[in-house]
Design a protein around this ligand. Structure first.
Ligand SMILES: [Mg+2]
Length: 422
């Protein structure tokens, strides 16, 4: 009988890292993005890492969860999920920025459990001398392709220095951003974050990208900024141009109306964001592709469960990203490597990031793809100095909850959030 590997303590460290002025349907990214780093200690001295959101309500729930899991065996993940579900007792978190749809009580458990599950898998892997990919059933691909994630953006935050990327407000500037990103990372697909300008301007940008990159699949994600009628018009105009259209309009019912009348598949990370959304999405025919994201689908095992459900019902699978650091990228790459039907290039905000909490060198983009780290567990190590620096930045920056709309309104008081806007 193996000894248990018991959790002796959990440290949760909120961090802030610099983020460029990236525009979206609900406003603009603030100067710092927040994450929480979860470190689990065990009685055998093996430690594990997880990474998640750091809004205040979520941080509060993480701290409650840290107490609840202390003393548990890192292999008892089913029991841990049950204990956190009991602890949360139907609590429902909020999505202050409004970009990830309706959060349910089940989705709240999945969000809280996820970084603990990832950290426990990191520990299990280190104890067994195997990678997280091996623990999840073994890699079916040795490189995980990612897409270039383009944003309309200002040259910098108002009142601050220009950031490392140029202004991008016109189709030509978007093409220039894509050129630089594809040249630097070798990405094999391109996604434009839309919902920023009137749809005709964004159609023009997509057409400019098509002309400049004839061989690369293109995606457009307006984050539900369009009415059903507008979404159908844009979808028809971009016939043959888009690989998929992501969340053109809000809600399962209206997505289904659009899906019936546009030629390309619809994808989502807004109307299917929890397990209870899957049955109605299948029933209505709302989407043909679901964007997975282990941060809100309950960790890596439950993301594989999502993959199986999508496969069963003939839906495709892609991967969503929020601004993230290297612990998350390692987890994303292990998950993608073991998921056969994750056949689309994954999203990542990696190119926009200038700071991290992990030792550099283990995660590298080569021809637009990342190889799963080979070391045991996740295969990444904390850089303690960087963690301390980014935690200090968190303490100093004043941001405690992501609020793209509030930040935009500080800059332009007349700006109003409207979903759909056009
Ligand atoms: Mg999206």
């Amino acid at each position: 009988m193996n000894d248990a590997l018991r959790i002796t303590g959990v440290t949760i460290t909120p961090v802030a890292f610099r983020d460029p002025a990236l525009l979206n349907a609900v406003g603009v990214h603030e100067p710092y993005a927040l994450r929480a780093i979860v470190e689990i200690d065990t009685d055998q001295g093996i430690t594990g890492l997880g990474e998640t959101y750091a809004d205040e309500g979520h941080l509060h729930r993480l701290r409650q969860a840290a107490e609840a899991v202390t003393g548990m065996d890192v292999h008892a993940l089913g029991a841990m999920y049950g204990r956190l579900a009991d602890m949360l007792n139907g609590q429902t978190g909020t999505d202050g920025h409004g970009l990830t749809g309706v959060i349910t009580s089940g989705g709240t458990v999945d969000r809280v459990f996820s970084p603990f599950e990832v950290a426990c898998l990191d520990i299990q892997g280190k104890a067994a001398g195997r990678s997280v990919s091996d623990l999840l059933g073994g890699a079916v691909r040795d490189r995980v392709p990612f897409s270039a994630y383009l944003f309309y953006k200002w040259r910098g935050h108002p009142g601050a220095e220009d950031d490392l990327w140029e202004e991008a407000l016109t189709p030509d500037q978007i093409v220039a951003q894509a050129r630089r990103m594809v040249d630097t990372y070798g990405f094999s697909a391109i996604k434009l974050k839309g919902g920023v300008f009137p749809p005709d301007q964004e159609i023009e940008a997509i057409r400019a990208l098509r002309a400049a990159f004839p061989g690369l699949p293109l995606r457009l994600d307006p984050n539900a900024a369009w009415s059903v009628e507008t979404a159908i018009r844009v979808g028809r105009e971009l016939d043959g141009v888009l690989e998929y259209l992501e969340d053109p309009t809000p809600g399962l019912q209206d997505m289904a109306r659009v899906a019936r009348d546009v030629p390309m598949p619809l994808a989502t990370n807004m109307c299917v964001v929890a397990f209870e959304h899957l049955a109605p999405a299948v029933e209505h025919g709302s989407v043909r592709i679901v964007l997975s994201d282990h941060h809100y689908w309950g960790g890596l095992h439950r993301s594989k469960l999502l993959a199986g459900i999508c496969d069963t019902f003939g839906m495709g699978l892609s991967m969503h990203s929020n601004s993230h650091l290297g612990i998350s990228l390692a987890a994303m790459v292990h998950l993608a490597a073991v998921t056969p039907n994750l056949t689309y290039a994954c999203d990542t905000h990696w190119a926009w990031k200038t700071e991290d909490v992990i030792e550099s060198g283990t995660l590298a983009f080569e021809n637009g793809a990342v190889r799963p780290p080979q070391g045991p567990g996740l295969g990444v190590e904390l850089d303690r100095d960087a963690l301390a620096r980014l935690h200090e930045q968190y303490l100093q920056c004043g941001i405690r909850n992501r609020d793209d709309t509030g930040y935009m309104q500080l800059i332009d008081p007349s700006w109003a959030k409207r979903i759909p806007r056009w």
